[in-house]
Design a protein around this ligand. Structure first.
Ligand code: CAA
Ligand code: NAD
Length: 294
């Protein structure tokens, strides 16, 4: 598989400029990771507040790089100039690849993808960062599905090495190669996976989430579960991980995977995640999830 990815990376038309649609947890991280490796990234959202958050996070991460002596101040400046926050599609005609990273909702993604396709060059690639939705299902409103591919980054993007590259039935090899090449250029490890609900990693991760929610529904103390799993060796416990991911995203992903594999995924997770979503305790992004964030 690694060899296959190396071949794709070699054959890829290099992505010299990129864009992300959605400046949330993932879009902001992808734009930062791209610009850091010299590929400027436009970052479009429908909310100025979200653009400000994404830009602010990039500022913080760059300041840290400078403090640690990894970047000179002028290099950090150049990276920062590569991240252009915007509410419109200005400059999208010139980009080689756009990563769609809006909310995990198929209707919203369909509307966004159909509009996006009219705003970019004929041969530009669209990569969806969906966590769970099949690429073939997302491709339905597109007139150029051969230019559409999955590119599933992990959170937090600046430090997580893996990127799942998802080839739909109509995805062309040029799109797969471009996505593999772009991930490699960002210093990530791409892995080409099949198109199915949840792809590879989330089919495993969400089984853990489900088991955790079952424990909570049974009355377990989430903090004790987190401490135990950290002592067991996980980098973070399942409750904190859900706060990092976002309860709304986690809940959407659970639904898609439960619908894809009904026999494996009973619906116990709903009681916990839906309750949290109902109370607007979405995690770090709303200041409270399982834990509170000042
Ligand atoms: N953004 C940028 N950099 C970050 C960061 C963030 N949010 N969090 C940590 N880092 C950096 C730190 O700055 C530090 O960098 P330096 O070494 O350069 O100083 C480095 O990561 C290590 O940080 P820490 O020592 O503070 O923390 P750690 O050792 O616990 O590692 C971690 C942090 C890598 C995030 C680790 O906790 C981890 O692997 N957690 C699990 C994350 C995970 O499972 N993500 C998947 C979520 S699910 C998903 O993404 C799929 C989906 O579709 C929902
Ligand atoms: P988020 O809620 O943090 O951000 C979503 C962003 O999309 C918001 O800024 C919102 O304003 C914006 N948006 C909504 N409609 C839009 C539109 N029409 N045009 C432009 N922007 C629009 O969500 P997130 O966690 O960044 O997730 C984004 C995508 O990445 C989802 O598909 C999710 O499944 C996937 N993903 C999430 C994670 C994670 O851990 N959070 C990990 C991997 C993949």
């Amino acid at each position: 598989l690694k060899k296959l990815c190396r071949v794709h990376a070699r054959e890829a038309r290099p992505v010299k400029s990129a864009a992300v649609l959605g400046a949330g947890i993932m879009g902001g991280g992808i734009a930062f990771a791209s610009a850091l490796k010299g590929v400027p990234a436009r970052m479009k959202d429908i909310s100025q507040g979200q653009l400000d958050l994404g830009s602010g996070e990039a500022d913080k991460l760059l300041a840290r790089q400078v403090r640690q002596g990894r970047l000179a101040p002028d290099q950090a400046e150049a990276v920062r100039r590569g991240i252009v926050a915007q509410l419109d599609y200005a400059g999208f005609q010139q980009v080689d690849l756009v990563v769609e990273a809006v909310v995990e909702n198929i209707d919203v993604k369909h509307a966004v993808l159909a509009e996006l396709e009219t705003m970019i060059a004929e041969d530009a690639i669209i990569a969806s960062n969906t966590s769970s939705l099949r690429i073939d299902d997302l491709a339905v409103p597109l007139s150029r599905p051969h230019n559409f591919v999955g590119m599933h980054f992990f959170n937090p993007v600046p430090v997580m090495p893996l990127v799942e590259i998802v080839k739909g039935e109509k995805t062309g090899m040029a799109a797969v190669s471009a996505a593999v090449g772009y991930a490699a250029a960002m210093g990530k490890t791409p892995v080409v996976v099949k198109d199915c609900p949840g792809f590879l990693v989330n089919r495993i991760l969400i089984a853990n989430t489900r088991a955790f929610c079952q424990l909570v529904a049974d009355g377990a103390d989430f903090e004790l579960v987190d401490r135990a799993m950290e002592d067991f060796g996980w980098p973070m416990g399942p409750a904190y991980l859900m706060d990092v991911v976002g309860m709304d995203t986690g809940s959407h992903v659970c639904k898609v995977i439960a619908a894809g594999y009904p026999e494996r995924m009973a619906s116990t997770w709903q009681d916990v995640l839906e309750l949290m979503v109902g109370h607007k305790r979405l995690g770090q992004k709303t200041g409270a999830g399982f834990y509170r964030y000042e």
